[in-house]
Design a protein around this ligand. Structure first.
Ligand code: SAH
Ligand code: SF4
Length: 375
């Protein structure tokens, strides 16, 4: 008879908070200062092989290797756009697919990170919203996207000067980050830790479709820059574009923005506004936008709509977008037009969608309701 040996997969250390890492190290009977060393190797140097962590005793390296791994996500596909934008399709444990996108600029670059597999919200202009499979990403899967991009860009150890290829994070990939707040928070705290990746909170922007009850916690506990997907100036239109508006209408959303901890004229809230032909792009809409944002430390980001297969909307014309921008500018708000990047590899805003099998949303919807009720 064959004897089958059961092996438990080794635990990945990526994504553990310092306290959790401390518990693991203590359980191995090691001294607390080892945590600092290990943290440095993992998050400052980007080393994945314990045997290369040369300040650790050989025996400790071996013990670690017996119990743990420092694993990256598996790359299912890596594409580079003609404009230099890169997109990674990543496979998580359990076979879910997620995407992250690196957008290079002249002297810096942002990584657009996913917070969920798919999204429970169903904004009608967003490709991710049509994906039926949804699950929250674990902290390690969120930090892991950053670490993998760093591997590809060759930026370990963490650069200390200003010129990083990967200098900023935007939580604007797949999913609604405020519906996975605990894991997003744990991940961003790891990224901001000064002895590791050490990215400043000022270089992190979290974009929400308007989960009002979670906004205050986001400001208080993370204090990162906030972007709000507004997209319309009346509840009637916003209800059709961002159905979450039926739960948290514009007035409530803007009240939460006014109260956002840390917002000031020097740290404005970005209002994202997708330009949809004949839907939200008239001169009157632009004037109403200026009125709505009065008294809020705000700037506007106009996003040309990025089409995807089967969508009914069209992007406003260039002339229309610039006429709209002029009115908003004249109203005293900065309103740059976001340049679409990586459209040829479907990496631009709202084009992300990974095709995976369907799973029920009920569980995740229940978790979200509980988190909102608790907030
Ligand atoms: N769920 C969060 C963050 C991810 S979406 C949110 O909705 O804010 C990131 C941004 O891309 C949002 O402003 C979203 O409205 C915008 N977006 C979605 N689909 C788009 C599309 N097809 N074209 C342009 N922008 C889009
Ligand atoms: Fe989800 Fe944001 Fe897309 Fe809306 S725009 S479906 S909230 S990812």
């Amino acid at each position: 008879m064959d004897a089958t040996v059961e092996t438990t997969p080794k635990k990945n250390l990526i994504g553990l908070t310092r306290a959790q890492l401390g518990e693991e190290i203590a359980a191995l009977g090691e001294k607390p200062f080892r945590v600092k060393q290990l943290w440095h190797w993992i998050y400052h140097r980007g080393v994945t092989d314990f045997s290369q962590m040369t300040t650790l005793a050989r025996t400790f390296q071996e013990t670690l290797a017996e119990h743990f791994v420092v694993d990256r996500l598996e790359v299912a596909r890596h594409q580079v756009s003609e404009d230099g934008t890169q997109k990674w399709l990543l496979r998580t444990d359990g076979g879910h697919l997620i995407e992250s996108v690196h957008i290079p600029e002249e002297d810096r670059g942002a990584l657009c990170i996913s917070s969920q597999v798919g999204c429970t919200l169903t904004c009608t202009f967003c490709h991710t919203g049509t994906q039926r499979l949804v699950r929250n990403l674990e902290p390690g899967e969120i930090v892991g996207q950053f670490m993998l991009a760093r591997d590809t860009l060759g930026e370990w150890p963490s650069p200390t000067d200003g010129n990083r290829l990967l200098s900023n994070i935007v939580m604007m990939g797949m999913g609604e980050p405020l519906y996975n707040f605990e894991n997003v928070k744990a991940a961003l705290q790891i990224v901001m830790d000064e002895e590791g990746i050490a990215l400043s909170r000022r270089r992190i922007t979290l974009s929400t479709s308007g989960v009002v009850p979670m906004m205050e916690r986001c400001g208080e506990e993370l204090n990162v820059d906030l972007a709000v997907s507004l997209h319309a100036v009346t509840d009637e239109i916003r209800n059709t574009l961002v159905p979450l508006n039926k739960k948290y209408p514009i007035e409530q959303l803007l009240a939460a923005c006014r109260a956002y901890p840390g917002a000031s004229n020097a740290r404005r809230i970005t209002f994202e506004y997708v330009m949809l032909k004949g839907v939200n792009d008239s001169d009157a809409d632009a004037r109403a936008l200026v009125q709505l944002l009065k008294g809020i430390p705000a700037k506007v980001n106009l996003i040309p709509f990025n089409p995807w297969p089967g969508v009914a909307y069209e992007c406003s014309s260039n002339n229309r977008i610039h006429a709209f921008a002029r009115i908003v500018n004249d109203g005293g708000l900065s309103a740059p037009v976001r340049r679409p990047r990586g459209r040829d590899i479907l990496a631009a805003c709202g084009q992300l969608k990974s095709d995976t099998v369907k799973k029920r949303k009920s569980e995740i919807l229940r978790e979200q309701a509980e988190a909102e009720a608790a907030a």
